[in-house]
Design a protein around this ligand. Structure first.
Ligand SMILES: N[C@@H](CCC(=O)N[C@@H](CS)C(=O)NCC(=O)O)C(=O)O
Length: 211
């Protein structure tokens, strides 16, 4: 039973899952969501994911949404990249929640507004606010990584795979990683892992006029 992932190339949230599968060398089938044509807002997609969000992961009869939930499932299923103790379980959860709220939320929304919203709807002040919040979150993660290879320490976990999701898109927007050297080194460390691929090489829909 090959898992499926509703995804599109520009989605860092889907990438978190796709990357986890790739690093595990786990075959999966992408189901392309024509996000920029409004596919995630259709009744048909809401029947798949009531939140109208990408990604959605299926494995036989199991259907999961929210990247953090999917990553948790994959860590258990593969016995890789997950916690080994109760304290680690809580620590991973802490960083997944933080990523969803502080890092990804601001970075992804700022990037969306910069790149994908029609020009007439872009608001420079809102973009500056969101990317400012994203920079602050990057500072938090940079400090965390000052004396660790990965967020929990010496071992890659799903906390890293969640937090790293949007950082491979940074060159597309006005957000320089240079002021965050530990973050940059950690991002490169993950990119050097066997199986790593850029989101645009892992998921369908890039460039945007291709399915
Ligand atoms: N917390 C969710 C966020 C998912 C999310 O916001 N995905 C974007 C695409 S990358 C989306 O579907 N946005 C639709 C919307 O916000 O209406 C997760 O981690 O899966």
């Amino acid at each position: 039973m090959t898992p499926t992932l509703h995804c599109f190339a520009q989605s860092g949230n889907a990438y978190k899952v796709a990357l986890t599968l790739a690093l595990r060398d786990q075959p999966w089938t992408p189901i392309f969501v024509e996000f920029f044509a409004g596919a995630a807002r259709t009744d048909a997609y809401r029947a798949v994911n009531e939140m109208g969000e990408v990604p959605t992961y299926t494995e036989g009869a199991l259907r999961l949404t929210q990247s953090g939930v999917i990553l948790d499932h994959l860590a258990r299923r593969h016995s890789r990249f997950g916690p080994e103790t109760e304290a680690e379980r809580q620590e991973i959860l802490r960083w997944l929640l933080w990523d969803n709220h502080k890092l990804t939320a601001n970075l992804a929304t700022g990037r969306f507004m910069t790149l994908f919203l029609p020009e007439a709807k872009r608001n420079a002040d809102i973009i500056a606010f969101l990317l400012g919040r994203a920079r602050a979150a990057m500072g938090v993660l940079d400090a965390r990584l000052a004396n660790r290879d990965f967020i929990l320490g010496p071992r890659l976990t799903i906390a890293d795979l969640s937090c790293a999701g949007y950082l491979y898109f940074l060159d597309e927007i006005d957000l320089d990683i240079a002021p965050f050297p530990h973050l940059a080194a950690w991002r490169a460390r993950i990119a050097a892992l066997p199986g790593w691929a850029h989101p645009y090489d892992l998921m369908p829909g890039h460039p945007r006029d291709q399915g």
